[in-house]
Write a protein that binds this ligand. Structure first.
Ligand SMILES: [Zn+2]
Length: 250
């Protein structure tokens, strides 16, 4: 830790704002200038490290970088900063992109990079379909920045491993997933997490141990698990696992 870091807390790599130390917010607080989360700052650091060799603050980049990008998930959007620097489109609003629908991916042109945040964990099994659709969104050699919650364990845990034909039932505020497996067995899951009041639960917990292998099976190479961004960006102590980058094989 140097004197500048102790004085300023951190300087946001999304908007450039200096954030004073505030122990009330705990580790990895949101930026007081733009509201960007520590995850968004880590995503921007990983993306710029892979594009430019070192993690640049976005405000230091030229405004006319011709590279095209697709951002999927709220944290991936980095509160609009990405669209100001790159030919970058957010997969929402008028151009929805649902990785659960294979036809959606075909509507997008091959991008130079794709940033995907907290989407694959909520994709019904098999998750290999999600990796394949991300792969299809990229041009050969294009860069994937993946920010899915993961744990430092060996093997990804599927919460509904025999997912086949499922319904979600609501009992007041509680939602229960009822699955009929391929063999006809009826299973109920009453403890799944449904983030953001949506009807799509968290289907899995990724493991840092096998995430590289899952990416490699989908045709990615040059896979990097990024340590938290430099202290200067205020992401030290962020939970949720590393941001992972990989390139589509040329
Ligand atoms: Zn900021």
């Amino acid at each position: 830790m140097n004197d500048a870091a102790m004085t300023f807390g951190f300087r946001c790599n999304l908007c450039g704002a200096a954030n004073l130390p505030d122990v009330q917010d705990g580790p990895a607080p949101a930026c007081g200038g733009c509201g960007g989360t520590a995850l968004s700052r880590d995503i921007a650091a990983a993306l710029t490290e892979r594009l430019f060799g070192v993690p640049h603050p976005l405000p230091a980049l030229p405004l006319d970088d011709p590279r095209s990008g697709i951002t999927i998930g709220a944290a991936a959007r980095c509160v609009g900063a990405m669209e100001q620097r790159f030919a970058c489109q957010h997969a929402g609003g008028d151009t929805p992109l649902d990785l659960a629908r294979p036809e959606d991916a075909s509507l997008w042109l091959a991008a130079d990079f794709v940033v995907c945040a907290a989407q694959l964990v909520r994709l019904p099994p098999p998750v290999s379909h999600g990796f394949a659709r991300l792969h299809a969104l990229l041009r050969p050699g294009g860069l994937l920045v993946l920010a899915e919650p993961s744990a430092p364990i060996a093997t990804t845990i599927e919460h509904v491993p025999a997912y086949h034909d499922a319904r979600i039932l609501a009992f007041g505020a509680q939602r229960v997933l009822v699955n009929r497996s391929a063999s006809g067995a009826i299973q109920t899951f009453a403890a799944l997490d449904f983030p953001d009041e949506t009807d799509r639960p968290v289907f899995r917990r990724f493991a840092t141990g096998d995430l590289p292998a899952l990416l490699a099976e989908a045709g990615f190479r040059d896979i990097v698990l990024h340590d938290p961004a430099p202290f200067a960006f205020g992401t030290t102590g962020r939970e949720g696992g590393p941001v992972v980058t990989a390139r589509r094989a040329a």
